[in-house]
Design a protein around this ligand. Structure first.
Ligand code: NAD
Length: 261
């Protein structure tokens, strides 16, 4: 029996970076994966790569901030595979700025993607999980910034802290249906989201890009190393395959010791 045993796993933001690797690892471990992303072309390409490697994948267009698109995207996944067993709410972006320079539009955009997206996808997937009464797993992509703060990241830190609260409520409300909710909190991972931040932070802080990596991003790790997409995907696999409510309402920090709980 494979670790995911044909579980249907919907991963948002799965056309790039961490979400893409989670989808690949889930498929390689027997999951049927739904690649839900704003960018349908990239989602289709990821699904095609997974099918070419022998996996089972479906691409759906989904802007997680759009209620209609989330309802329709989850319905499409359920129509295709019959159910959703695992949700990974992973889609996210980063906008860095000083609080005094943040526009309300950017603040709202950040909270919409990270929090509205987590709420809407949870609501729709949980309805299916509760109706079938066969359990499930909901995994939120938090961050070390679910526990720590950094300069220039007010809405990101606010939203990532908020996911801990959402996960704890879902853990309590959904326990009777055997649905678990947990948060993965990675340190810095070299995805497009982080590559974009390095020159932006260098400019904002008036330091070199090398110093952003060495003295800002990896400063508090135990070994000066980036976390990898595989580190995060393997944690997501462990949480998706975990069988009981013993592990729920938690956050797992995967950060080379940057933050120790
Ligand atoms: P990425 O930019 O490589 O991928 C993000 C994906 O999300 C893209 O495919 C993008 O199209 C999609 N997306 C963006 N807005 C969307 C929307 N409204 N609806 C649906 N899809 C949308 O980024 P990543 O680094 O892989 O980040 C994934 C998650 O991991 C984010 O939640 C991020 O905050 C979190 N995270 C990243 C790091 C890191 O260092 N890279 C660290 C901790 C947490």
């Amino acid at each position: 029996m494979s670790r995911l045993d044909n579980k249907v796993c919907l991963v948002t933001g799965a056309a790039s970076g961490i979400g893409k690797r989670i989808a690949e690892v889930y498929a390689a471990n027997g999951g049927k994966v739904v690649i839900a992303d704003l960018k349908l072309d990239a989602a289709e390409a990821t699904a095609a790569e997974i099918r070419a490697a022998g996996g089972d994948a479906l691409a759906v267009a989904m802007d997680v901030t759009d209620e209609r698109q989330v309802i329709d995207g989850v319905a499409k996944a359920v129509a295709h595979y019959g159910r959703v067993d695992v949700l990974v709410s992973n889609a996210g972006i980063q906008i860095v700025n000083r609080i005094t320079d943040f526009s309300l539009a950017d603040w709202k955009k950040m909270l919409a993607i990270h929090l509205d997206g987590a709420f809407l996808t949870t609501r729709e997937c949980l309805k299916d999980m509760q109706a079938r009464k066969q359990g499930g797993a909901i995994i939120y992509m938090g961050s070390v910034h679910s526990h720590e703060a950094s300069k220039l990241k007010a809405p990101y830190v606010t939203a990532k802290h908020g996911l801990l609260g959402l996960a704890r409520v879902v853990a309590k409300e959904a326990a009777e249906y055997g649905v678990r909710a947990n948060v993965i909190c990675p340190g810095f991972v070299r995805t497009p989201l982080v590559e974009k931040q390095i020159p932006e932070q260098a400019k904002e802080l008036g330091i070199s890009e090398q110093d952003v990596v060495r003295n800002v991003m990896l400063k508090d790790t135990v070994d000066g190393e980036f976390t990898t997409v595989d580190d995060v995907a393997n944690t997501a696999l462990f949480l998706a395959a975990f069988e009981t409510n013993a592990l729920t309402g938690q956050s797992l920090v995967v950060s080379h010791g940057w933050y120790m709980q």
